[in-house]
Design a protein around this ligand. Structure first.
Ligand code: HEC
Ligand code: HEC
Ligand code: HEC
Ligand code: HEC
Ligand code: HEC
Length: 475
């Protein structure tokens, strides 16, 4: 979506934003496009049932019911290529996932396999396919498990979906409980094209039928995986964050408007977010990189001053520089969202004297893998911190399945945050003081990479979301 459109939405939101954190009054039957009934009683789906460890007891879905993404490429080439470079295609086939999944299997041997796989390789979950012996990308590559499982969140997972799912409420036992409503293996794909014509496909053996479902225009279609509470804590709840903001839930934009904008005649299937393929260095010329940068640059604004005022709220008095900074979240959810405990967004500020010497700085890292001290009250940092004991006690952990309490320091949905610095200016200085502020983002805390993928730590990219600068004359 372009920036202008976003700004218009923002104007609308400001009018409605005040009670954002009040308990949700939104009606789950209404979605961003006014579709009141996303659940069709007419379309059948295939059922499965789970035991208390999150393993399949009984299922009507056979692994052969799913078509591999490779079979869609002939006719949907552009969409295929976009999806193939997305993190949906890499949700299972990823070194950090594999390493964290192994840790989960160690700490919860009976439930750990399917707990992660329910969202990261859903075809294995709903069919009860055995993933024994798969602990790394190399195991995956050399195994003969069906491609549809290796493809993670593949085409057929989404395009056989016929109803919206409930939020995944993970209990203390950390077992899989996801409820999907899928109808695979029936030669029909569901999507957002109204009056599609698939009859000519019969000859080639591809899906001979297709059907429009309003669900595909709705944020609810992202719910089975992008909404999860753990032990009652809303740690990974992107869809709820969107849904609980009345203007978003009532007028949109939906997840698709921002994450699947139209490219030509198709909706983008890059699913750009914040993750980058950086493990062996970032390829800045790749489409994936460009998509992520474009999105991040639209995620927030930074302003030296207070919200809605001009820059003269900055002044120097009695050798103190009074410097307010306001950060505005323009996304459709908290910032960061998704897995906020692994993300960091923060403000780097540098103050220069008239000769260009730095007289104050905060949030400036020497190396991209330097650790940010979240106890420093003067750093503007947006993230979530997980603790292995209740009441924010015990050790900090980086796996939500081990968390008993959490400190949510994310920036509220479509809201702003102001912080005032008071910086001492030495008597001997005169002339212009220049302030430069940048909002920065990294998709992983270095502590997580150290634990789960240490070899990539030198390649961790830091991305500039936005910046502002101002000069003030010393009186
Ligand atoms: C032989 C060519 C062919 C192959 C192979 C093929 N499709 Fe299609 N698909 C089509 C055509 C043609 C349409 C109809 C487009 C239209 O009406 O504008 C279509 C439409 C769709 C739609 C839109 C349905 C709607 O109502 O919005 C989806 C989703 C879809 N295909 C998914 C897939 C998936 C997933 C695969 C691979 C498993 C696949 N297709 C393989 C030709 C193909
Ligand atoms: C107004 C546009 C907008 C809407 C609506 C929106 N997003 Fe985002 N989303 C963004 C931007 C910009 C970012 C990058 C900044 C960030 O990390 O939040 C992002 C980031 C993400 C991420 C990366 C995780 C992270 O660290 O934040 C996920 C996952 C995501 N969005 C999913 C969704 C889902 C699911 C929905 C619908 C419930 C949705 N988004 C609605 C703009 C939007
Ligand atoms: C994470 C879920 C998801 C995955 C994975 C996914 N799609 Fe889609 N797809 C959607 C949604 C949602 C829409 C509707 C977007 C809209 O109209 O705003 C859509 C739209 C489509 C459409 C019809 C509209 C258009 O843009 O042409 C086709 C065809 C399609 N997808 C094919 C595919 C194929 C082929 C793959 C795999 C290579 C795939 N999709 C993977 C969710 C997904
Ligand atoms: C079947 C589960 C599933 C569904 C349905 C699904 N997603 Fe995802 N999505 C995932 C998983 C798992 C990841 C993380 C992949 C990884 O990085 O390992 C992800 C990642 C993403 C990312 C990239 C986040 C980043 O940080 O880069 C975006 C954006 C995203 N999804 C948007 C959507 C939208 C929009 C929809 C609905 C139209 C949707 N997803 C539906 C499972 C799903
Ligand atoms: C309810 C669905 C769900 C479950 C269960 C789940 N994930 Fe995810 N995971 C997601 C989604 C959605 C994203 C994308 C969010 C984002 O990019 O911010 C994601 C992102 C990730 C990422 C990439 C970014 C990051 O934060 O590190 C990794 C790695 C990951 N998950 C590992 C795991 C492991 C390991 C497990 C099991 C312990 C697991 N996930 C369980 C849905 C799930």
């Amino acid at each position: 979506m372009n920036l202008l459109k976003l700004k218009i939405y923002i104007c609308l939101f400001v009018l409605f934003s005040c009670s954002e954190d009040s308990p949700s009054s939104s009606n789950n039957n209404i979605d961003g496009n006014g579709n009141t009934n996303l659940n069709s009683d007419i379309i059948p789906h295939k059922e499965y049932s789970l035991d208390s460890f999150g393993n399949i007891l009984d299922t009507e879905i056979m692994i052969e019911d799913f078509d591999s993404a490779a079979t869609c490429k002939n006719c949907h080439e552009e969409i295929y290529n976009q999806w193939a470079s997305s993190f949906h295609a890499l949700s299972f086939n990823d070194p950090i996932f594999m390493s964290m999944w192994s840790s989960e299997k160690n700490s919860h041997p009976e439930t750990g396999t399917m707990y992660c796989v329910q969202c990261h390789a859903p075809a294995a979950f709903v069919t009860g396919y055995s993933l024994e012996g798969i602990n790394s990308q190399s195991d995956l590559k050399h195994s003969d498990i069906p491609n549809i499982i290796k493809e993670g969140v593949s085409c057929d997972i989404c395009h056989t979906m016929v109803q919206k799912s409930p939020t995944v409420h993970t209990q203390d036992n950390i077992a899989a409980v996801a409820e999907y409503f899928l109808n695979p293996g029936e030669d029909i794909k569901y999507g957002s094209i109204q009056d599609p014509d698939c009859s000519a496909n019969e000859e080639s053996g591809a899906h001979s039928d297709c059907q429009y479902l309003p669900l595909f225009k709705s944020s609810s279609s992202c719910k089975p995986c992008h909404d999860q509470t753990i032990r009652g804590m809303p740690i990974e709840t992107t869809v709820s964050q969107w849904d609980e903001h009345p203007p978003l839930a009532m007028f949109g934009p939906s997840c698709q408007d921002c994450h699947m904008p139209k490219i030509g005649s198709h909706s983008s299937h890059y699913f750009a977010g914040v993750d980058l393929l950086f493990y062996d260095g970032v390829d800045e010329s790749s489409d994936q990189y460009q998509q992520v940068i474009n999105l991040l640059e639209q995620s927030a604004t930074i302003h030296l001053g207070y919200f809605d005022t001009v820059k003269d709220s900055i002044y120097i008095e009695d050798n103190i520089l009074y410097l307010p900074i306001t950060v505005n979240n323009l996304t459709g959810h908290r910032l960061p969202s998704g897995t906020p405990f692994s993300r960091e967004a923060w403000v780097e500020i540098k103050v220069f004297d008239s000769e260009g010497n730095i007289i104050f700085d905060k949030g400036a890292l020497e190396n991209p893998y330097d650790i940010i001290n979240h106890d420093d009250p003067d750093i503007i940092l947006y993230t979530t911190i997980l603790y292995d004991q209740e009441n924010l006690e015990g050790n900090i952990v980086y796996e939500p399945s081990k968390a008993l309490s959490y400190d949510d320091r994310t920036l509220r949905t479509l809201f702003y945050d102001s912080h005032q610095y008071q910086i001492e200016i030495e008597n001997s200085l005169s002339g212009l003081i220049t302030v430069k502020a940048r909002m920065l983002f990294r998709s992983f805390k270095p502590q997580i990479l150290n634990e789960f993928h240490p070899s990539s730590i030198n390649n961790l990219p830091i991305i500039e979301i936005c910046s502002d600068s101002v000069s003030v004359m010393i009186p």
